[in-house]
Unconditional design. Structure first.
Length: 304
């Protein structure tokens, strides 16, 4: 093993939304809401860390080497052939935790990106980006959120012979996401446990058609988003976990607004025609955020 060529980096990573209704575990989109992490190699015992956090999760997250970003940095550096150094991190978190906006994937991508930056590897190189995707997606278990945060834009993700893959595309300029974020948190593990082991063949066929339509709608014809985001695979099965979320999705769709549960919920993702939601459609307790598509993905800047 050799010493790290870069001693400090600053990482900016976008939030993400996954599924987009019909594309369960396959479709993702990066959103313009960011966590920022400053990482510095310092003198100290190998594998240790000092972490400060402001913003989301500031009162709850570990402030030592147990922090997720630190654990991912050390693991990724080992896979890249470098020792685990002592680190100092400062995290500025804007992505809400456990709301279906990819906070855990963003943390994992931030850690992987920081490791690549400290190792002197450019993530704009396709081979490096592919390797980073493997590292991030393995920790998530699927690649939709991780690929979106890593690559930006709109992604289709899949797994082939144990290897994660993703294709990035540019959304149509008229795709203008709005998210409605409740105060309640949700666990991906819990909501995934509500899904049945089998679904009717008709529902599977419906999902395949709508997911294919979603790729066309997002990239070429946003007028089709209402039909494209319709779902029969996962959202209704999870209604008991967040009934207000599902009720809001149904109200929006009845009003002609393309809407779906964002990731594992309970946030609602909407694509209103003309960029405006109907007045007073969201109940109290939901914060409305206009989040344009992030088209860049994670950014790594070496620091002096």
């Amino acid at each position: 093993m050799t010493a790290l060529p870069v001693s400090a980096v600053r990482v900016t990573v976008p939030a993400s939304t996954a599924n987009l209704g019909s594309g369960f575990d396959a479709l993702g989109m990066a959103l313009s809401l960011y966590d920022k992490v400053s990482v510095q190699v310092v003198d100290g015992a190998a594998g240790t860390a000092e972490v400060s956090v402001q913003g989301q999760g500031a009162a709850a997250l570990p402030t030592d080497e147990r922090h997720l970003v630190v654990r991912v940095i050390h693991k990724a550096l080992a896979e890249l052939g470098f020792p685990a150094p002592a680190l100092r991190l400062h995290c500025e978190n804007a992505i809400p935790h456990s709301r279906g906006l990819g906070s855990s994937a963003a943390a994992i991508v931030a850690g992987v990106a920081a490791a690549f930056g400290l190792a002197g590897f450019d993530l704009r190189d396709k081979e490096n980006a592919d390797r980073a995707l493997q590292m991030a997606a393995v920790r998530e278990g699927h690649a939709d959120n991780a690929a979106a945060s890593l690559l930006g834009g709109f992604v289709v993700a899949w797994q082939d012979s144990g290897r994660f893959q993703a294709v990035r595309m540019d959304p149509h300029p008229d795709v203008s996401p709005i998210v409605l974020v409740p105060q309640a948190e949700s666990s991906t593990h819990t909501t995934r446990g509500l899904l049945p082991e089998r679904v009717p063949h008709a529902d599977a066929a419906f999902a395949a058609g709508r997911a294919a339509l979603a790729v066309h709608a997002v990239t070429s014809d946003p007028a089709l988003l209402l039909a494209a985001t319709d779902d029969r695979l996962h959202q209704d099965y999870r209604e008991s976990a967040w009934p207000e979320t599902i009720a809001l999705v149904r109200r929006l769709r009845s009003a002609g607004v393309a809407a779906a549960v964002s990731g594992a919920g309970p946030t609602v993702l909407a694509f209103p025609p003309g960029g405006e939601l109907p007045a007073d459609i969201a109940p109290n307790g939901f914060d409305e955020l206009r989040l344009p598509v992030d088209r860049t993905g994670v950014r790594v800047e070496p620091q002096a």
